[in-house]
Ligand binder design. Sequence first.
Ligand SMILES: NC(=O)C1=CN([C@@H]2O[C@H](COP(=O)(O)OP(=O)(O)OC[C@H]3O[C@@H](n4cnc5c(N)ncnc54)[C@H](O)[C@@H]3O)[C@@H](O)[C@H]2O)C=CC1
Ligand SMILES: O=C(O)CCC(=O)C(=O)O
Length: 528
Amino acid sequence: MMKRVLISDPLSEDGIRPLLDAEDVETVLNPSMTHEELLEAVSKAEALIVRSQTQVTREVIEHAPHLKVIGRAGVGVDNIDLNAATEHGIIVVNAPDGNTISTAEHTMAMLMSLARNIPQAYHQLKQKRWERKKFVGVELKDKTIGIVGFGRIGREVAHRAKGHRMNVIAFDPFLNEEKAQKAGVKHGTLEDVLKEADFLTVHTPLIEKTKHLINREAIALMKPGARILNCARGGIIEEDALFEAVQSGRIAGAALDVFEEEPATEHPLLDLPEVIATPHLGASTIEAQENVATDVSFDVIELLRGGTVKNPVNLPSVSSEMMEKLSPYFQLSERLGGFLSKVVEGTLERINVYYSGELLDVDTMPLTRIAVKGILKRHIGSRVNDVNAFKTASDKGIVINEQKSTSTKGFTNLVTVEIETDLEKRSIAGTLLNGLGARIVQLDHYSIDVVPEGHLIVIQHTDQPGAIGRVGSLLAEHQMNIATMQVGRTNLGGDAVMVLSVDKEVEKHCQEELAGIADIKHVTCLNL
Ligand SMILES: NC(=O)C1=CN([C@@H]2O[C@H](COP(=O)(O)OP(=O)(O)OC[C@H]3O[C@@H](n4cnc5c(N)ncnc54)[C@H](O)[C@@H]3O)[C@@H](O)[C@H]2O)C=CC1
Ligand SMILES: O=C(O)CCC(=O)C(=O)O
């Protein structure tokens, strides 16, 4: 039977050749539809392929009863509602490798243009003005480029910057000294990178954790006269803060390929002469467009024919037999991973997941994937899923180990997640209690009994009289209602842990005040 594939953004014709040539596929190309036309067209399609322009919202997905796959010809999937797609059993695939080089090259073009004022000088000359004094630039040699996000593109930028004899310092939650040394760059914290960079360039995805990562406070740490580039996603850099910093002269210039809202023709940043910009052209080369269109076309055809895909971004449907046995544990596994990833410090090196009790004889690999996804999600966002969790971990050099254990500690089933980093080893265990739902029953060596949901506060402290009371009073001052509280300790007066569940999200200043209480060593706030 013919399958209809709708392409709603401009794509390379050579790239989509596999689709055009497929006898069982009808390809509908319409890159200039109104919203209403898109809703109508998608209602008849089994596959939708987009670049970054089409916003594949929940509304679009809900209008597409036959849709099986959404293909993103590119990397970032922030224009696709992944939750809505997953809920509707639609698999999302992307093409993460095809535009890496083009985007890295565009970043270098922007870097050089920024250093030498090329766009501004060109603009003057086109207006028949021969200005030379106004456009004195700076050399790249011996300057430091700070790279935030050392993934595919960040690494390629580093290679090229080294070719210009720049010093490279990089920060990425998955980068450690050893990996940095191998890549020939200096490893730093975000703060180190901000402080040392003459040029700062961001190459992270836009996720909750990276939204406004480069904000006023971050910019204040930078050298006066430093320059900033964003060829990743609008929103990673706080635009108002950047505007003020450039206008005041604190930041000497900025090069932007992306904006929080696109198209961005009226953006105030464009009025600043020190800001140079391109209209999201990072991936706009013949090669990249052909690569990403080909990659996504093959995956879409494979999927429509019932095959397996190379670059899945979200969760495909799980077989009903498997679902029955494992689904009760899906949420528990993800939350154990999510919980632990928030409390652990350092660079992830190894994840161990142990199963016991009634899970001994079950294929628990899907649960391990979900636990790993829960851990990695904190750094990578929704691009990591059950399908690609292991690959993502191995790409980051993280070892995954799954084991069955006969030690049940008295529970009928037990899932234990352990993380090893370069600094520490932490673990958490959870169980499903018959009729009572999920419980976290152990955090490191402390026995606790916590429902893994809602707003939780984890406090590591020294077991001293009054510590619990001071926490309770401070939360009351902040109008925070404590729903439950669990305390575990190693020995009288020794290390102890408190886990509180509260009725609303803990604000940053409240967390800071908690951390300032005597005998309290560390405070982590989670939202599960
Ligand atoms: N301007 C354009 O046309 C293009 C823009 N992009 C953007 O570039 C981004 C990066 O692409 P790739 O390098 O292919 O992705 P990638 O997944 O290979 O690398 C992203 C890196 O960011 C790191 N990261 C995540 N959170 C971080 C944080 N808080 N601080 C520091 N690092 C963090 C991740 O660990 C990962 O190593 C994409 O997400 C996309 O939004 C990609 C292609 C074209
Ligand atoms: O389709 C495009 O040109 C945008 C590419 C991009 O931003 C991405 O791949 O994340």
